[in-house]
Design a protein around this ligand. Structure first.
Ligand code: A3P
Length: 326
């Protein structure tokens, strides 16, 4: 029987956050996204200023936001949920495609495609080819880390990681070793670039979207991408958690070839001792209280303390009290 080589660090690639010569090499990507792939995008992809990117720190509501935009653009797949395929008809994960063998032919196909083209990305702001229209859904970091632990443990075929929640929290998330690196720095770079007018971006908060089943977010998204005719209530219902969970369970997710797959499908939501591989898992706000011990909460507050001065835009967006969970 094949033995799996689990280690206590998820298997990932580490590349510079941007290709500025001073950029520190501390940006982590899943094994299938490579430095060559990112360079292919920056050097060979013919971008358009109408290109739309859902560019997020993983586990922040990417799939939900993608689904809303697919409905606004009348591009929702007939069956299954898009999670970043290579198929150009779906929301394409550009960096992933660019890291694969067939990137040249896909780039040529993309050149023939009608605008607006629509991509998923987890790249840092310095690695997204500009100009573009960037949509970022941001979620409270502690709920993001809980979701990330399930994601990393649940996808052993990718990450080969078998650490406990506590290990993940202190040694991966708070050590900037999760995908996209440090949660604060990742968002600070986008928020600052937007304020300085270097990128055209729309920021959404997962917690705000949960309050009204994303109705306000749907209006903001429609305005941002220039869609005038749409039914916000219908899109909200089609993309709410229950609808997406049900769709996931019944139809599955579209894999990178555009085929339906049940790899990311599960009824189980898991808990701090039992990871779940469900991509549409629990979908609630504040579940971190069921994961962090008192000692971990203290560790978190000390961590926020070390980041708050260098990340003022993140602190503005969330408020220090909210970040500190006080
Ligand atoms: P949980 O693991 O906390 O349940 P991403 O798409 O960025 O990978 O984020 C995945 C997280 O978003 C998961 O969080 C998932 O359950 C949640 N999610 C997916 N679709 C959702 C929806 N329609 N409404 C609310 N949360 C959703």
């Amino acid at each position: 029987m094949e033995t799996q080589d689990f280690s206590l660090i998820p298997r990932m690639n580490c590349i510079p956050r941007s290709f500025d010569s001073n950029a520190p090499e501390n940006f982590y990507t899943p094994p299938f996204i490579t430095k060559n792939g990112i360079e292919n995008v920056l050097n060979n992809f013919v971008n358009r200023d109408s290109d739309i990117y859902v560019a997020t720190y993983p586990k922040s509501g990417t799939t939900w936001t993608i689904s809303i935009i697919e409905h606004l653009l009348n591009k929702a797949p007939e069956q299954g949920i898009s999670t970043g395929a290579s198929n150009i008809e779906l929301c394409l994960w550009l960096d992933r495609t660019a890291s694969g063998e067939n990137w040249r032919s896909t780039f040529l196909e993309l050149e023939k495609m009608k605008s607006p083209r629509f991509f998923k990305s987890h790249a840092s702001v310095g690695l997204i080819k500009q100009p573009a229209r960037i949509i970022q859904c941001i979620r409270h970091p502690l709920d993001t880390f809980v979701s990330a632990w399930h994601h990393t443990r649940g996808k052993t075929h990718l990450f080969y990681y078998n650490g406990s929640w506590s290990h993940f929290f202190s040694e991966i998330a708070l050590s900037s070793k999760y995908e996209c690196g440090d949660w604060f720095d990742y968002h600070e770079e986008f928020l600052q670039a937007s304020e300085e007018g270097k990128i055209d971006a729309l920021f959404l908060r997962y917690e705000d979207m949960k309050k009204d089943n994303a109705v306000s977010a749907i209006h903001k998204l429609a305005e941002f991408i220039g869609v005038e005719s749409y039914n916000a209530e219908e899109i909200s219902t089609a993309t709410d958690f229950q609808s997406m969970k049900q769709k996931s369970l019944v139809e599955g997710h579209l894999d990178r070839e555009g085929n339906l797959s049940d790899v990311l499908v599960s009824q189980e939501v898991g808990d701090k001792n039992n990871p779940s591989n469900a991509h549409i898992r629990k979908g609630i706000v504040g579940d971190w209280v069921n994961y962090l011990s008192d000692a971990e909460l203290t560790m978190w507050r000390n961590y926020v303390d070390t980041k708050k001065d260098s990340c003022p835009h993140v602190v503005d967006l969330f408020s220090l009290d909210n970040l500190l969970c006080s």
